[in-house]
Write a protein that binds this ligand. Sequence first.
Ligand code: ATP
Length: 362
Amino acid sequence: MPEQPMIEISRVTRSYGTFKALDETSLRINEGEFFSLLGPSGCGKTTLLRMIAGFDNPTSGTISVGGQPMVGVPANQRPTNMVFQSYAIFPHLNVEQNVAYGLKRLRLDPAEEKRRVEEALQQVSLTGLGKRGATELSGGQRQRVALARALVMRPKVLLLDEPLSALDKKLREQMQVELRRLQRAVGITFILVTHDQYEALAMSDRIAVMFGGRIAQVASPKEIYQRPVNCQVADFLGGMNFLKAGIAEESERSMTLDTPLFGRVKLDKPSAFVRNGNTATLGIRPERLRVLWEGESGKYEVAGKVVDRHYFGEITHLVVEIPGLEKPLAVSETNDFGADDLPIGAPIRLAYDPDALVALAD
Ligand code: ATP
């Protein structure tokens, strides 16, 4: 029998009039997982998180947490706690009082309360700042207080609604590492809502990619990035070259595609592949195309011409026109060998690995 998931979402729909913010969504999230809900603005990820927290209810469908159906259970009686984007900490209370706030209703022994507050402050690296006023904190510190305030309640599931989006890039990246470390240390289930694909890739055990109230794919970061099920997921996760391909053969697990550029290739068929006539799309990420320098040759190569170049420090993005191909290819190359100096108009050869090609549903 499969292990009981920590969260079980079964055919949940949330309608506003005739509009469905979530449409028959089903999902299982395991105990101890760092799970992300990723998607563009308006796809329904916050709606789903709020329903797990108990701030909103499904129009139909069910949600269970830790094996318990959550219908009719108010937010403050659920084994979940939420950290908001806005932090929602009280400005008139100091750090300690903010963290202790939710504990008050448990009427703990004062020494026990103090111990739990200190433990939570230590978990988020705020030891010694307990007496500091909430208004005397940096954005990063406020974020940690919000985390400590949720953790002190010892929830089974911590829900994080875009918790890092108000921080600048450098601090955000630092907090991503810390949040992941924290999740490993406390070992509880974290569910993160984000529209930032790099954040989801860097932090998660698994990711659900959502569009228009539906889940398009649930998989590990590597699988989502390398084996997206369709063009929409592929595009949302980063740069991808898309090439129209003819379907030569199709079986349950694989398909053979004909493309002008790569010839005939046999590929794994994505699980959600929905055939639409006799064509499919072939995808290859820009970093999976490699520049061949003079004297080098590749087992599989294509020739073209550099038509544009964008410098990004450690890498350069090249735009390469290929004879007979409607759209130029995007290529991402490290600058170790001088990709940043390639002149516009220069002839160029690119190597590719057939394993880097993916078949995508249109
Ligand atoms: P964002 O990143 O912008 O918060 P999201 O993916 O979290 O986006 P949701 O907040 O879940 O999106 O909203 C999903 C859809 O439901 C949106 O189109 C939104 O306008 C709509 N929606 C949310 N709350 C309500 C409401 N109270 N009444 C009507 N429509 C709503």
